[in-house]
Design a protein around this ligand. Structure first.
Ligand code: SAM
Length: 360
């Protein structure tokens, strides 16, 4: 186990370096050294049951440090941009001192914190999903009944309230309220279809095994702590999306997607298009959970009326870390139980860019 833990720390340090977060790299570096020296970090993670890399143990520790800074620990806060501080490599020794202090003083809280898996609700993915929602609206001409699995805090359920700045081969495209608190930039390579003028939403609802309740101050703080403390753009996106979601917080059921999907797609109200969707969730599902969802769709697809169509929109891949694909299958009530699958194209898993391969 010691070897696996050490490997996990090393891999995470490299990932932080590559992704441009020297602060998180050095927080993880402190944890690695302290673990090797049998310090408080070793006490905290000794006997970890799962695989430390898959379970993101280094990120859980880094998340706790950020959480403590956001909660007002002044020794730490001065290194976090998210708390008005700044970090330079010359601060490494002082950072280590502050980390040693907080992990020792708050060992019990840290132990509790380590039980939660990192949860980042990435709103950048809306800039990919949006193409799907636009196409579905153009084809069906009905308000969308949004149902999201693995929705986390449910922030992407508000995709229609974000402003998009899309760089395409045809030039720049803009969509959505220009005064939205959240403006997303993304690249869509290739020539996109004309975008829907307006997308009407009938209702929004999601599920997650571990939903984040944004009305709960502590959960909200935890959500912020997963965004690395020296990544101001991502933090600003999260805060802007929270501001939008706060107006009418989304309903996110605490449920396993395997059972929830059937309940949402079997009985569908007429005059609405039911769109079941997900982003970067499929790799987390077991074979039997995937099978349950596919079976629910097969059953629902047997009886689709044109006034209550059904769509399955995915921005997902089969495994973590691989390129995602944006696609949808549509059952219009006129195209039989197989429906029609449209592959829109491969895309970055965080929503940075999309290669449009579909012909419109
Ligand atoms: C990588 S996150 C993606 C969250 C969100 N879709 C996004 O794009 O930001 C994966 C999410 O799937 C949830 N999840 C994993 N297995 C699940 C299951 N069986 N049922 C429901 N949610 C699940 C996790 O709790 C987590 O919130």
């Amino acid at each position: 186990m010691n070897d696996k833990m050490t490997t996990a720390f090393k891999a995470q340090q490299q990932a932080c370096e590559m992704l441009g977060s020297p602060l998180t790299r050095d927080v993880v570096g402190f944890c690695a050294d302290d673990f090797a020296a049998n310090g408080v970090i070793a006490d905290l993670v000794r006997g970890w049951q799962g695989d430390p890399l898959n379970d993101n143990v280094p990120l859980r520790l880094a998340g706790f440090a950020h959480y403590a800074a956001l909660q007002g620990d002044e020794n730490l806060a001065r290194f976090y941009e998210s708390c008005g501080g700044a970090y330079a490599e010359s601060d490494q020794a002082a950072l280590s001192g502050a980390l040693d202090d907080i992990f020792r003083r708050e060992e019990k809280t840290a132990r509790r914190f380590l039980r939660s898996a990192p949860q980042t609700n990435e709103t950048g993915r809306a800039a990919m999903l949006f193409l799907g929602f636009s196409e579905i609206t153009k084809r069906l001409g009905l308000p969308l009944r949004l149902r999201e699995i693995g929705a986390s805090a449910g922030l992407n359920l508000f995709f229609d309230k974000f402003h998009y700045r899309l760089a395409t081969d045809r030039g720049d495209e803009r969509w959505g309220p220009p005064d939205s608190p959240l403006s997303l930039a993304a690249q869509w390579r290739g020539t996109p279809p004309a975008l829907a003028d307006e997308i009407e939403i009938a209702s929004r609802r999601g599920c997650d095994l571990f939903p984040v309740n944004i009305a709960d101050a502590n959960e909200r703080m935890k959500l912020q702590s997963w965004v690395w403390g020296d990544m101001p753009d991502r933090r600003a996106r999260l805060l802007a999306a929270l501001e939008i979601a706060d107006i009418a917080p989304p309903e996110i059921d605490r449920a396993d997607a395997a059972a929830w999907v059937a309940a949402q797609i079997m009985a569908r109200p007429s005059g609405q298009a039911t769109v079941l969707y997900h982003s970067i969730v499929w790799p987390y599902l077991s074979v039997s959970q995937r099978f349950a969802i596919e079976s629910a769709f097969a059953q629902a697809a047997e009886e689709v009326r044109p006034d209550a169509p059904l769509v399955w929109l995915k921005m997902d891949g089969r495994e973590l870390g691989t390129i995602a694909q944006l696609s949808y299958r549509i059952w219009s009530g006129e195209n039989g139980p197989e429906g029609e699958e449209v592959i829109l194209g491969p895309c970055h898993p965080h929503g940075v860019d999309l290669d449009i391969t579909a012909a419109f």
